[in-house]
Design a protein around this ligand. Structure first.
Ligand code: HMG
Ligand code: MG
Length: 313
């Protein structure tokens, strides 16, 4: 039933690549996005319109979104931290006269603690929400979908354990400004299934579970378990990263997101069905190949456990 359909938001091209040391050519990013879309990914985060001084790796996002393919039925969100980021997207949209390839969705982001918001956005959480409200409104007026992120929903690298009531308030503020979905980020990856369940139970008091997504970094190896804890709470959208790439530049030591391959593998034969653009599926074998291809471009092996096992078999 529809109740068992799971959406994946592929964050590899954004969360995955934003933390890399070396420069990744635009061609490689474009090929990564195109390959993921052809493998059936229905939501692909393509990059960020953030300050290139803060995150140099995302500097080429305008070129990426003008050069990538845009398959029907696939959403291609980009992250925006402020009004200036939105204006920069609009200038790309104007240059391309709104003809594809363009983006159809932005993602705005803040955090459950002031310490993290300060490190990531150079302001407080309350001030970031105040600044994001007109960004969301303008984007919605222009017909873009708006997604919201709350970072550090379990633990903060600067201020420790997080108060889930604060997560709930921030998630509600994002939903109230028109975000169709709010993604709950375990940025540090310290989450355990028990804590994730408790956190989501709290957030559900103010935001309907249909609007929530889970975003788990895999620092402690608990991300797949956390995905199932979120599913058990009724969450039906999971953010994941091909090859397990990723990390936030402002979360020292945190590793990548849960690998898309690992999520797809773990959901096989379960009561859940992963929705893809390509006849309703995302092709696990293709994603494994893409995970190895991009990891090798970055000079290493895929860190996806399923990706390694499937290649070896
Ligand atoms: P600031 O330094 O306070 O900004 O940074 P400012 O307004 O003083 O501007 C500084 C310079 O940046 C100026 O240029 C601006 O024009 C420029 P200058 O005059 O010095 O030449 N600028 C911009 N340039 C391009 N695009 C923009 C933009 N805004 C200002 N949008 C700012 C504030 C928000 C800009 C900065 O803190 C920033 O860019 N932060 C983004 C950090 C980031 O991208 N973090 C990673 C993404 S979030 C994440 O990974 C977590 C997530 O995965 C979920 C999870 O895991 O929890 C989503
Ligand atoms: Mg993240």
């Amino acid at each position: 039933s529809a109740n068992n359909l799971v959406n994946i938001v592929e964050v590899g091209p954004r969360d995955g690549l934003q933390n890399e040391k070396g420069v990744i050519p635009v061609d490689v990013k474009v090929e990564l996005i195109n390959r993921l879309a052809r493998a059936g990914a229905q939501n692909i985060e393509t990059g960020s319109f953030v300050s290139p001084k803060w995150v140099p790796q995302m500097g080429g996002t305008s070129e990426v979104i003008t050069r990538m393919e845009r398959l029907p039925g696939v959403h291609y969100p980009v992250l925006v931290p402020n009004h200036k980021g939105l204006q920069n997207i609009f200038s790309v949209l104007d240059e391309t006269k709104f003809t594809p390839p363009i983006t159809d969705e932005i993602a705005i982001f803040t955090a459950a603690t002031d310490a993290f918001t300060r490190a990531n956005l150079n302001t407080t959480t309350a001030e970031s929400l105040r600044q994001l409200e007109p960004v969301a409104r303008t984007a919605l007026d222009k017909g873009l979908r708006v997604r919201g992120y709350v970072s550090v929903v379990i633990a903060c690298p600067y201020s420790g354990a997080v108060d889930y009531k604060r997560v709930r308030e921030v998630a509600k503020a994002l939903a109230d400004m028109g975000c169709y979905q709010v993604s709950l980020g375990d940025t540090v990856g310290q989450g355990t299934p028990e804590r994730v369940a408790e956190m989501i139970e709290e957030v559900k008091k103010s935001v309907p579970v249909e609007k929530l997504a889970g975003h788990f970094h895999d620092t402690y190896g608990t991300a797949v378990a956390n995905v199932f804890a979120a599913l058990a709470q009724g969450v039906r959208t999971i953010d994941s990263s091909v090859g397990g790439l990723g990390g936030c530049p402002y979360s020292p030591g945190a590793t990548g997101n849960v690998a898309t391959e690992d999520v797809l593998y773990a959901l096989r034969g379960s009561r859940y069905h992963v929705v893809g653009s390509n006849n309703g599926t995302i092709n696990l074998d293709e994603v494994v190949n893409i995970g190895w291809w991009i990891s090798e471009k970055l000079g290493r092996e895929s860190v996806s456990r399923a990706g390694r096992a499937i290649r070896a078999s």
